[in-house]
Design a binder for this molecule. Structure first.
Ligand SMILES: CC(C)(COP(=O)(O)OP(=O)(O)OC[C@H]1O[C@@H](n2cnc3c(N)ncnc32)[C@H](O)[C@@H]1OP(=O)(O)O)[C@@H](O)C(=O)NCCC(=O)NCCS
Length: 243
C-alpha cells in the first residue's frame, strides 16, 4: 500500500496512443465515464480523458492489486474533489489526477493531502499579464524581474505548483490563486499564505519535473512526513489494458 509514499504515474499521449489503445482503455471506464468521454467535441480531448481515467484505474490497481481496474468507483467531495468510493481497501487510497494536451498524470497515496498538476508549456503565453490577473503580488514581482524565457518557465512553475496545492487541499478554484504565493529557488520550493488563510507553510513539500520538453508537472505533499514522502515514478502501466 502507498501510505508511506507517493506513487506517480505519467504518460505522454504520443507514447500511449498506439493502435487499439484508446479502445482498450475505454473498456476500463465506467458507463458514466464513457458518457463524459463521448461529450467532448474534439477527438483529442476525448482521448485525453479516456487515457487519464484509464490510467487512474490502472494506477490504483497497481497499488492495490486485489482490485480489478474496472471495479473502482468514485464520488466527489464538497468542492468537486473526486475520491475512491469503493471498494474499501485495508489502507484508504487517495489520488489526484491531471491531464493536459499531450500528457496525463496521477498520484496515488495513503495521504489525502497530495496533489498533482501537469500543464503544457506554451512559449506564446504572456506571463506578466496572466500573472497580474491571477497570481500573488510577490509572484508578479519575481516574474517582472526575469527575462522572457526564464519568466515563462517560472510562470509555469507557479501555475503547476499552485494548482497542485489547490488539488491537494481539494479546493479547486474555491481558494483564489492570489491567496498564497510560491517561492522557487534552486535550493527549495516554499509556500506562504495571506494572513486569513488557515494553513502552515511548514506542512508542505513540493516537487517539479518536466515529463517532456513541453510539459511541466508539480506535486504538492501536505502529509507532514519528515522531509516529504518519497515519490516513486511509474511508467505508463498500459500492459494490462492492452491484454
Ligand atoms: C478543476 C481544477 C481542480 C483543476 O483544473 P485543471 O488544472 O484545469 O485540470 P486538471 O486536468 O489538472 O485537473 C482536472 C482533474 O482534477 C480533479 N478535480 C476536480 N475538482 C477537484 C478538486 N476540487 N480538488 C482536487 N481535484 C479536483 C478531477 O480528477 C479532474 O479530472 P476530470 O475532470 O477528468 O475528472 C481547478 O483548479 C480548475 O478549474 N482550475 C482552472 C485552471 C486555471 O484557469 N488556472 C489559472 C492559472 S493561470
Amino acid at each position: 500500500m502507498a501510505d508511506d509514499r507517493i506513487e506517480l504515474f505519467v504518460g505522454l499521449i504520443e507514447t500511449i496512443d498506439a493502435p487499439g489503445a484508446a479502445d482498450a482503455c475505454r473498456c476500463l471506464l465506467s458507463a458514466e465515464e464513457r458518457v463524459r468521454a463521448d461529450r467532448f467535441m474534439f477527438e483529442r480531448h476525448r482521448r485525453q480523458y479516456i487515457f487519464a481515467h484509464a490510467m487512474l484505474r490502472l494506477a490504483l490497481s497497481k497499488v492495490a492489486p486485489d482490485v480489478d481496474p474496472t471495479d473502482w468507483s468514485f464520488a466527489a467531495g464538497r468542492y468537486g474533489r473526486p475520491f475512491v468510493a469503493s471498494p474499501k481497501t485495508s489502507t484508504s487510497l487517495h489520488f489526484s489526477l491531471s491531464h493536459a494536451d499531450g500528457c496525463v498524470a496521477c498520484v496515488v497515496s495513503g495521504h489525502e493531502a497530495v496533489g498533482v498538476d501537469v500543464e503544457t508549456v506554451s512559449r506564446r503565453v504572456a506571463p506578466l499579464s496572466t500573472a497580474l490577473r491571477f497570481f500573488a503580488p510577490e509572484e508578479v514581482e519575481t516574474l517582472r524581474g526575469l527575462p522572457e524565457p526564464a519568466a515563462i518557465e517560472r510562470f509555469f512553475d507557479y501555475w503547476t505548483l499552485k494548482e497542485a496545492y489547490l488539488k491537494a487541499r481539494g479546493f479547486g478554484l474555491n481558494l483564489p490563486l492570489d491567496a498564497f504565493a510560491m517561492q522557487v529557488s534552486r535550493e527549495a520550493i516554499e509556500i506562504s499564505f495571506k494572513p486569513d488563510i488557515a494553513d502552515d507553510p511548514q506542512g508542505w513539500r513540493f516537487q517539479l519535473c518536466s515529463p517532456s520538453p513541453s510539459h511541466r508537472l508539480a506535486i504538492a505533499d501536505g502529509s507532514r512526513a519528515e522531509g516529504g514522502l518519497p515519490i516513486t515514478r511509474n511508467a505508463w502501466p498500459l500492459q494490462e489494458a492492452a491484454e
